[in-house]
Write a protein that binds this ligand. Structure first.
Ligand SMILES: [Zn+2]
Length: 348
């Protein structure tokens, strides 16, 4: 690879493709970037924005990461880079100052999209969580993608393409980000010196391919602590009384109302917990994700059959599905918690 300063870590193939296009000055005007939460979608999008605005004359070296264009984009102060997200979170790292809520998408996007670049060469519109757009918003986008204005790049970020209009996807270059290997993540976080080898190993495993998450967790111990706290609550709910289960459901539903992605993230974690149980119950050699839970899980397994675990996993999946169909989160969560098998922790 040539001497570029991509901020993206891993995803070499994707960078190779983008690098070629940058070099030949043939960048696509619209992208769909897919991948799981924290896998690096926003970082790739910002790298595209930098490459399209970089001041360095040698195209082989764009983005340089050092010119004022690259730096202003990186720090979130570039007036030609627009980020639309579900909501603005105060103090969340990585959120840019130019973030605009999806509620404002219609008005703002239509106003901005046909203007000329102000300080750079290309205006870049990044729409995070594009898979959670309403139909009305999708249609606005579709119209723009049908006749894309010059000097403009539109980038949609989504978990997958399933919830995007096919007509949108077909008009964009699709970049699918794969989760990184545990080895790659170990390599990336190996220079964080306040963690021991064992801790790094744990973080790399818990990251499940999400480099962004691993970097956050290796720099901030509360990330793993929050995760452990949540898994504690999963364990007590699953092994507790009916009241415990309903209380868990109430909190989970609240998280969904706060931000669908946060709720989805929690559900996904719960899914890994059940999967780990399944792995242990069939004595699979596959490494379990939540290693710190092993003892408790083995204990829980004394009162659970493999078939019951498989059923529980499908209940989580059904719940995720129903939430995406916009059913009431509280009802969906209550229903899921009710259908989990009855189990206990024997030794505690
Ligand atoms: Zn530059």
């Amino acid at each position: 690879m040539k001497n570029r300063n991509w901020t993206t870590i891993g995803h070499d193939q994707i960078l190779e493709i983008l690098g070629k296009a940058v070099e030949l000055d043939r960048m696509s005007h619209s992208f769909v970037i897919t991948g799981i939460e924290s896998v690096g979608k926003m970082t790739v999008a910002l790298d595209i924005a930098k490459a399209a605005n970089c001041e360095i004359s040698n195209t082989e070296q764009r983005p340089c990461g050092e010119c004022s264009q690259c730096q202003r984009i990186q720090s979130g102060y570039h007036t030609d880079v627009f980020i639309y997200d579900l909501e603005i979170k105060d103090g969340t790292s990585g959120q840019l100052s130019t973030t605009i809520t999806m509620e404002q998408l219609r008005e703002d996007f239509l106003k901005q999209i046909h203007r000329k670049p102000f300080e750079g060469k290309t205006r870049v519109f990044i729409i995070a969580s594009a898979d959670l757009m309403r139909l009305e918003q999708s249609n606005i986008l579709l119209k723009t993608l049908e006749e894309p204005p010059d000097d403009t790049i539109i980038i949609l970020l989504a978990t997958g393409t399933e919830n995007l209009l096919e007509t949108i996807v077909s008009r964009c270059q699709l970049l699918q980000l794969k989760p990184a290997s545990t080895e790659k993540i170990m390599e990336v976080i190996s220079d964080s010196d306040f963690h021991t080898e064992i801790e790094r190993n744990k973080i790399a495993r818990l990251a499940r391919g999400r480099i962004g998450w691993a970097i956050r967790a290796s720099g901030d111990s509360t990330v793993v602590m929050d995760l452990e706290k949540y898994l504690d609550s999963v364990e007590s709910a699953v092994t507790g009384s009916l009241e415990d289960r309903f209380e868990f459901s109430r909190v989970l539903a609240m998280r969904f109302r706060e931000d669908t992605r946060i709720g989805m993230y929690d559900m996904d974690l719960m899914l890994t917990w059940w999967r780990d149980l399944l792995m242990l119950s069939i004595d699979s050699d596959m490494e379990i994700v939540n290693i710190s839970r092993r003892t408790t899980m083995e204990d829980i397994l004394r009162s659970l059959t493999t078939a019951e675990i498989v059923k529980a996993i499908s209940q989580v999946r059904i719940a995720l599905d129903n939430i995406q169909k916009n059913l009431n989160p509280r009802l969906v969560c209550d229903n899921m918690m009710l259908k989990f098998p009855v189990t206990t922790i024997s030794s505690s």
